[in-house]
Every structure is written in C-alpha cells, then in structure tokens.
Write a protein of this length. Sequence first.
Length: 411
Amino acid sequence: MARATALLLLLIAWPAWAIAPGAVITSEQADEVAPLVLPGVADAVRRGMRIEVVEPKRVPWRRAYRLATEKNAGQARLGPSGELIDYVAGLPFPNLDTADPQIAHKVLWNYAFGPWIADDAVAWSFEWETGKLAKDGPMHVESGEHQDSEQSKWIRMVGRTEVPPLPAFDENPNRLMSMEIFGPTFPVFLTLNRSGPLLTYRHLSLEDDDVWYYTSWDRKSRRIPTSIRYEAFGDVVIDLNSSFGLDVPHGSYTWKFLGERPMLGVLHGRDYPARWCPGRGDFAPCEVWEQRTVYVVEGTAVQPHDSYGKRVLAIDKEAWVVLATDLYDKKGERWKVWTNFWSYRPYARGGADAEEQPYLLAGTGIDFHDDKAIRWRLPGTRPLADAVKINTGLTPADFSPAALGSAFTSE
C-alpha cells in the first residue's frame, strides 16, 4: 500500500509523465505501468522484470543520414500493394500523417530504412541462454551458447549514405534491399562439428527472402526453404524474423496502424555488457527506461509457414527502432513478447569527433505458453567498438554463398 501511495504522489508531481523519472517499477506495480508498455512487457514485469525510469534523451541521427533525408524528402512513394517506389536514401517518409490510410506501410518502410542501420556492419557472436521461469527465484537455465568467434554481417544494397557507392550498388540485377549473414549455429544443428552461418537476401519488392545455410561437416552452402526464418528452433524461444524486434520481408504481413502513444523503452542503456537482474527477474537486464513516443503497428501473417498469427510492434518515433514486440499464435492468443535494450554511444573508431551510434546490447523474450524465457547480450569479451564494427567497406562479394564458411574467422 505504501509503495502504491508513493507512486500516486509521483504521478501528481509529474503531470507530464504517467510515471515520473526516479520511479522503480517491480512486479507489485505492473498494473500501474501497463498503460505505458505493451501487454507482453507488463506480463514480463509481473514475472520479475525491473523498470527504472529516467528522464528521456534525444536520439541523434548521423549527419550523412540526416542530410540524405532532407535532400530526398518527398521522393519515395508507395505502390498499390504497399511496395516502396522511387526511394533514394535517408528516411523514406519523414513527414507522416496519422490519418493517412497508408501510414502503416510508411511506418514499416521508415523502420526498414531507419537511421539505426549502417551501410554495413560486422558483429561478433552474442551469448544466449534459455530456461524455465521460476515463481520465486532465478530462471532454470537449460541451454545456451557463449561463443565469440562467429561473425554476423549486414550490408545495405540501396539507401546508402556513408560508404561508396552512394546511394546504391550499380550491379544489383535482383533488386536486393540488403544481405545478411547470421553467424551462430542453430541449436537444431549443434553437433561435434559446428555449423552455420545463415545467409539471407532481402528483396526490395514484396517477395520472400532467399536463404542459404553452411554445414561444416561437408563444407557446403545449401539453398534452404525460407520457412527456417519463420520458426523458433529447439530452445531458442524466438525466431530469426524477430531479430532487432522485426526482420521480415514487407510483403510477409499485412499491416495495420494502431496509433501513436507514449511508451516506456530502453534507448540509452548504461551497461556493457548488460547486467542481468538478480532473483526472478534475471531473464532481463537491470536497465534504465525512458518515456518515448511510439507508433504501434499490427502485422497479420501472410505466409502459411509463419509460426505466428500476428505481431504488434512498438516502433520509436525518433529512433525508428523496435522497443518491444508482442507475438500472437494462430488462435489470436498472446504467445510471446520480445524486448530490446538499446544504447546510443560514440563510435570509438570514429576519432575525437565520433558521432553516436545505436547499439543493440541485449534482448529478452518470454514464451507465455511454456513459461520459458531467452536472454541474450553482447558478451563483453571485446571492447564495444571491436564487438560491433560499422561502415567497414563490405561488398556484395562478402555475402556470396561460397563465402559463408569465412564467417567463422575471428580477429
């Protein structure tokens, strides 16, 4: 009762805030915080996730990206099925109107080409653990991986703002939007010989991805069904299409705009590596949350092999990153939640005048049907600037199926 009274006094003292900076939200205040988070995040708080509220900070855009947005404003448009047309670089739709009947598509394209995405990037492997949630103590860890050798890589084929060629690669006959190599081995493929990585080609059109997987025992890259990205294998709880909160072809969902609203999220995480909370909330980091303005968008699955019926996303209006995602099963029941823990920090490799860059330092997911959780983080075995390198000059040749085996190379 005393804690509830103190929270009420905070609300009165800070009329511009639903929850004032300085408040610490634990499971006892989950109902109070519910209006400022997705339902799945509120349930994560009920299961022990801790929210420490701080004052919000502005999110910087890199200068080159901001200038590209200003230069190309008004150039991009949508086709009849929501496809992106005439996009050059920068934020595709910088001036949104919430009454626009196509706003859901525009929000998702802004996310897909948002200021958080570098022209290319290399990240060394993260650590992850899964386990059953406990009512009165830490999660019971059942599986995990703590490798620091496999590389994951990304490259933009279009919308480039910093690394030549600008704004796009001339040779792109398949009209690819991006290429991605995911380095860690899938649990289902874990053997004495490590396998992976997975290569994905994302198209600028609405068609599905092209996917290859490398198997170490015969040193071959095989074209595999794209359905692998839509499934949660083994103990990982979450699927590859939920990377970064959302990593899907635009045409794999139909999109509906649910509104613009205030919401708590983590954009200026303080700890590297992330620090897991003690006790029953150890499936998530102890981090600082701030009140943001988000666009809430619902995606209904189109593909029959999709594990989910729909997704509900909270996308930050300034940073254009996903703060959290609720995932629903085919019956329309809320099944999982995914929460991201971002941090904006100067890029150490950029010199004394380095611009701030967004880093996704950690994430957590809960499967409410099985009471199971996954937690992951950059392990902190390297300095952050060595763990994630941006704008390194990667080329499409680095993302050919024949080059997949080289993703095991460490530095």
